[in-house]
Design a protein around this ligand. Structure first.
Ligand SMILES: *Cc1c(COP(=O)(O)O)cnc(C)c1O
Length: 379
């Protein structure tokens, strides 16, 4: 099988690989867009190695269908630029001054969270004879980056008079768009107040955006004309409550292969700490994937993996490069595949399940997958 050949060629113990379905990302994007008006634009968030799916592959697949690619570091910008992606890039977050020159020369659109930051971008742009597009971020409730509500109008008025920059966008961020407690609506209201106050002063914005994945399903108003989905593009849910609202399909499957199979007698332990003790004779298979690949150590006691249409428990702790599977009385062969995240023969293990077994969120599971794991694009 070609995939096994590929994974083998990468050598063990880095034997795990991820299969990426780009068609699903494009389809998930279509699902998200269906919650918005036809004119709504999209910034596809591909930060954190496209949520672990492979930055370049995801960016190439999504860019024909979106208006912006959103990243969070100058390194990601370099990768996209070196591979000549033409789609405009937006750099989320805030930079330190030493990072400004390269991203300005790359023509990236920058987020600005204060008047002082706007001044730094302005100066650095003027010094290089550039005009940098900026989106001003206002803090309507996230409490991290962004100009505080009370300072927004004054600060933005001052920013508008700076040279070397052009205010293309105004945006904010939702901390709890999946909830139904009215907080997100209050943020939209505050955003609207600032937008209207600035309009009165003749300051307008071509792009106005707030919605992450959850927001894209819930908030539809002409105040905003762009959405910024991340997690749901990859077919995962920010919150299980959204499963009934929209159907997206996971784009990533994590697989590995069995390195060795052995039969162990009752009373024999497996793994560090000897937390697994066989109650009766069983077959244990050691699989080439551990926490160094991003498989969560904390999941061990509840985790299930897929083998030939069955969900099997682990035997003992996850170690750095290996995990052990309790095959019971099955007769697996070394070299056979095991699915760690994905679906197979009518059963599945989702990144969300793996997250709940390990006390974390699906975001951490996929972004935590090691960059050393080959990403194999499934056409
Ligand atoms: C990561 C991020 C998003 C995407 O959020 P999801 O919940 O993954 O859809 C949107 N906007 C900003 C500012 C972000 O940092």
């Amino acid at each position: 099988m070609p995939l096994s050949t590929l994974s083998r060629s990468t050598g063990t113990p880095h034997g795990a690989w991820a299969e990426i379905r780009l068609d699903r990302m494009v389809e998930n994007l279509r699902v998200l867009k269906s919650f918005q008006s036809a004119q709504t634009r999209v910034m596809a968030i591909v930060k954190a190695n496209a949520y672990g799916h492979g930055l370049l592959e995801a960016a190439r697949a999504l860019s024909p269908h979106v208006d912006y690619l959103g990243v969070s570091s100058p390194r990601e910008v370099r990768v996209l630029k070196e591979h000549k992606l033409e789609t405009p890039i937006f750099l989320l977050g805030r930079l330190f001054p030493e990072d400004l020159p390269s991203v300005i020369l790359d023509g990236v659109t920058l987020s600005v969270s204060s008047y002082e930051e706007a001044c730094a971008v302005s100066e650095a742009s003027l010094a290089r004879g550039r005009k940098t597009l900026i989106h001003v971020k206002i803090d309507t409730g996230m409490g991290r980056l962004g100009i505080p509500f009370g300072l927004a109008v004054k600060s933005i008025e001052k920013i508008a008079s700076l040279g070397g920059i052009e205010m293309e966008g105004l945006y904010t961020h939702f901390p709890s768009a999946e909830r139904e407690d009215g907080f997100t609506e209050s943020q939209v209201w505050d955003f609207t107040i600032i937008l209207r106050a600035l309009e009165k002063k003749g300051i307008t914005f071509a792009l106005r955006h707030a919605a992450n994945s959850a927001g894209a399903l819930k908030i539809r108003t002409p105040i905003f004309n762009m959405i910024r989905p991340g997690l749901m593009l990859y077919g995962l849910y920010p919150d299980d409550s959204l499963r009934a609202t929209a159907q997206v399909l996971p784009a990533l499957t994590l697989k590995s292969r069995i390195l060795q199979v052995k039969r162990i007698p009752a009373g024999h332990s497996v793994g560090y700490g000897r937390s697994f003790m066989a109650e009766k004779p069983c077959t244990v298979g050691t699989v080439a994937c551990g926490y160094s690949h991003g498989y969560p150590f904390a999941a061990a006691s509840q985790a299930r993996v897929l083998y030939q249409g069955q969900r099997l428990a682990l035997a003992g702790r996850v170690s750095m490069d290996y995990l052990a599977v309790n095959f019971g009385d099955l007769r697996p062969q070394a070299g056979e595949e095991v699915t760690l995240i994905g679906e197979e023969g009518g059963v599945s293990v989702s990144a969300s399940e793996l997250a709940s077994w390990s006390g974390t969120i699906p975001y951490e599971i996929v972004t935590g997958l090691s960059a050393f794991i080959p990403r194999i694009v499934i056409p």
